[in-house]
Write a protein that binds this ligand. Structure first.
Ligand code: FES
Length: 150
Protein backbone atom coordinates (compact mmCIF):
# COMPACT_ATOMS: atom_id res chain seq x y z
CA UNK A 1 0.00 0.00 0.00
CA UNK A 2 1.20 3.49 -0.87
CA UNK A 3 0.60 5.23 2.47
CA UNK A 4 2.75 8.19 1.52
CA UNK A 5 0.66 8.93 -1.55
CA UNK A 6 -2.61 8.59 0.33
CA UNK A 7 -1.37 10.82 3.17
CA UNK A 8 -0.31 13.45 0.66
CA UNK A 9 -3.77 13.32 -0.99
CA UNK A 10 -5.53 13.49 2.40
CA UNK A 11 -3.42 16.44 3.47
CA UNK A 12 -4.92 18.50 0.64
CA UNK A 13 -8.47 17.97 1.86
CA UNK A 14 -9.82 19.27 5.13
CA UNK A 15 -11.57 16.81 7.40
CA UNK A 16 -15.00 17.99 6.39
CA UNK A 17 -18.04 16.46 4.82
CA UNK A 18 -18.12 16.59 1.05
CA UNK A 19 -14.41 16.13 0.43
CA UNK A 20 -14.56 12.39 -0.08
CA UNK A 21 -15.35 12.56 -3.81
CA UNK A 22 -12.33 14.80 -4.43
CA UNK A 23 -10.13 12.39 -2.50
CA UNK A 24 -11.42 9.40 -4.44
CA UNK A 25 -10.86 11.24 -7.73
CA UNK A 26 -7.23 11.73 -6.87
CA UNK A 27 -6.81 8.14 -5.77
CA UNK A 28 -8.44 6.95 -9.02
CA UNK A 29 -6.19 9.24 -11.09
CA UNK A 30 -3.07 8.01 -9.38
CA UNK A 31 -3.74 4.26 -9.29
CA UNK A 32 -6.17 4.12 -12.26
CA UNK A 33 -8.60 2.44 -9.86
CA UNK A 34 -9.56 2.47 -6.18
CA UNK A 35 -7.47 -0.17 -4.39
CA UNK A 36 -9.15 -1.85 -1.42
CA UNK A 37 -6.32 -1.38 1.08
CA UNK A 38 -6.07 2.33 0.31
CA UNK A 39 -9.84 2.75 0.72
CA UNK A 40 -9.73 1.01 4.11
CA UNK A 41 -6.91 3.29 5.18
CA UNK A 42 -8.85 6.40 4.12
CA UNK A 43 -11.92 5.18 6.01
CA UNK A 44 -9.84 4.70 9.16
CA UNK A 45 -8.01 7.99 8.90
CA UNK A 46 -11.18 9.96 8.27
CA UNK A 47 -13.27 7.93 10.66
CA UNK A 48 -15.96 7.14 8.13
CA UNK A 49 -17.57 3.77 7.47
CA UNK A 50 -16.02 1.88 4.56
CA UNK A 51 -19.57 1.26 3.30
CA UNK A 52 -19.91 5.01 2.68
CA UNK A 53 -16.81 4.97 0.50
CA UNK A 54 -18.03 1.95 -1.43
CA UNK A 55 -21.42 3.51 -2.03
CA UNK A 56 -19.74 6.51 -3.69
CA UNK A 57 -17.24 4.33 -5.53
CA UNK A 58 -19.97 2.21 -7.06
CA UNK A 59 -22.35 5.10 -7.81
CA UNK A 60 -20.04 7.02 -10.13
CA UNK A 61 -18.97 5.44 -13.42
CA UNK A 62 -15.74 7.35 -13.23
CA UNK A 63 -14.58 5.15 -10.35
CA UNK A 64 -13.40 1.61 -10.72
CA UNK A 65 -12.79 -0.93 -7.99
CA UNK A 66 -10.87 -3.12 -10.41
CA UNK A 67 -7.48 -2.15 -11.81
CA UNK A 68 -7.83 -0.26 -15.06
CA UNK A 69 -5.27 -0.10 -17.82
CA UNK A 70 -3.12 2.92 -18.52
CA UNK A 71 -5.21 3.41 -21.66
CA UNK A 72 -8.98 3.08 -21.76
CA UNK A 73 -10.30 2.07 -25.18
CA UNK A 74 -13.96 2.88 -25.52
CA UNK A 75 -15.93 1.68 -28.54
CA UNK A 76 -19.13 3.53 -29.33
CA UNK A 77 -22.01 1.13 -29.91
CA UNK A 78 -24.70 3.80 -30.28
CA UNK A 79 -27.13 3.53 -33.18
CA UNK A 80 -25.17 5.57 -35.74
CA UNK A 81 -21.92 3.74 -34.96
CA UNK A 82 -23.69 0.39 -34.86
CA UNK A 83 -25.12 0.95 -38.34
CA UNK A 84 -21.68 1.93 -39.64
CA UNK A 85 -20.04 -1.25 -38.41
CA UNK A 86 -19.09 -0.67 -34.76
CA UNK A 87 -19.72 -4.34 -33.82
CA UNK A 88 -16.99 -5.41 -36.25
CA UNK A 89 -14.63 -2.80 -34.80
CA UNK A 90 -15.38 -4.08 -31.31
CA UNK A 91 -14.70 -7.69 -32.35
CA UNK A 92 -11.40 -6.71 -33.94
CA UNK A 93 -10.25 -4.79 -30.85
CA UNK A 94 -11.24 -7.70 -28.59
CA UNK A 95 -9.24 -10.03 -30.80
CA UNK A 96 -6.20 -7.74 -30.91
CA UNK A 97 -6.13 -7.13 -27.16
CA UNK A 98 -7.29 -10.61 -26.17
CA UNK A 99 -9.84 -9.24 -23.71
CA UNK A 100 -13.58 -8.69 -23.45
CA UNK A 101 -15.50 -5.54 -22.58
CA UNK A 102 -14.81 -4.52 -18.98
CA UNK A 103 -11.50 -6.35 -18.89
CA UNK A 104 -7.91 -5.17 -18.70
CA UNK A 105 -4.87 -6.64 -20.41
CA UNK A 106 -2.40 -8.47 -18.15
CA UNK A 107 0.23 -5.80 -18.73
CA UNK A 108 -2.29 -3.20 -17.47
CA UNK A 109 -1.86 -1.21 -20.67
CA UNK A 110 -5.41 -1.40 -22.01
CA UNK A 111 -8.92 -1.57 -20.61
CA UNK A 112 -11.78 -2.13 -23.05
CA UNK A 113 -15.13 -0.43 -22.56
CA UNK A 114 -18.24 0.30 -24.58
CA UNK A 115 -20.40 3.39 -24.64
CA UNK A 116 -23.74 4.44 -26.22
CA UNK A 117 -23.12 7.56 -28.32
CA UNK A 118 -20.40 10.02 -27.55
CA UNK A 119 -22.06 12.76 -29.58
CA UNK A 120 -19.76 12.34 -32.58
CA UNK A 121 -22.21 10.47 -34.83
CA UNK A 122 -20.89 12.19 -37.98
CA UNK A 123 -17.62 10.39 -37.27
CA UNK A 124 -19.27 6.97 -36.92
CA UNK A 125 -17.98 4.47 -36.17
CA UNK A 126 -16.04 6.12 -33.38
CA UNK A 127 -13.50 4.79 -30.89
CA UNK A 128 -12.22 6.89 -28.01
CA UNK A 129 -8.86 6.13 -26.45
CA UNK A 130 -8.34 8.17 -23.30
CA UNK A 131 -9.08 11.73 -24.49
CA UNK A 132 -8.62 11.05 -28.23
CA UNK A 133 -11.56 10.42 -30.54
CA UNK A 134 -10.85 8.32 -33.61
CA UNK A 135 -13.54 8.60 -36.27
CA UNK A 136 -14.64 6.60 -39.32
CA UNK A 137 -12.63 3.68 -37.99
CA UNK A 138 -12.31 0.53 -40.08
CA UNK A 139 -11.05 -2.85 -38.81
CA UNK A 140 -7.84 -2.19 -40.75
CA UNK A 141 -7.14 0.95 -38.68
CA UNK A 142 -7.19 -0.86 -35.35
CA UNK A 143 -3.53 -1.88 -35.27
CA UNK A 144 -2.35 1.60 -36.11
CA UNK A 145 -4.58 3.16 -33.47
CA UNK A 146 -3.60 0.73 -30.71
CA UNK A 147 0.11 1.01 -31.58
CA UNK A 148 0.01 4.69 -30.65
CA UNK A 149 -0.67 3.70 -27.06
CA UNK A 150 1.63 0.71 -26.66
S1 FES B 1 -23.67 6.67 -32.02
FE1 FES B 1 -21.53 6.69 -31.90
S2 FES B 1 -21.08 8.74 -31.70
FE2 FES B 1 -23.21 8.75 -31.74
Amino acid sequence: MDIEKINSILSKYPEEKGTLIGILHEVQNHFHYLPEEELKYIAKKRNIPISQIYSIATFYNRFSLKPKGKNVVCVCLGTACHVKGAPKIMEEIKRRLGINVGETTDDLNFTLEEVRCIGACSLAPAVVVNEDTHGKVTPKDIDKILDRYR
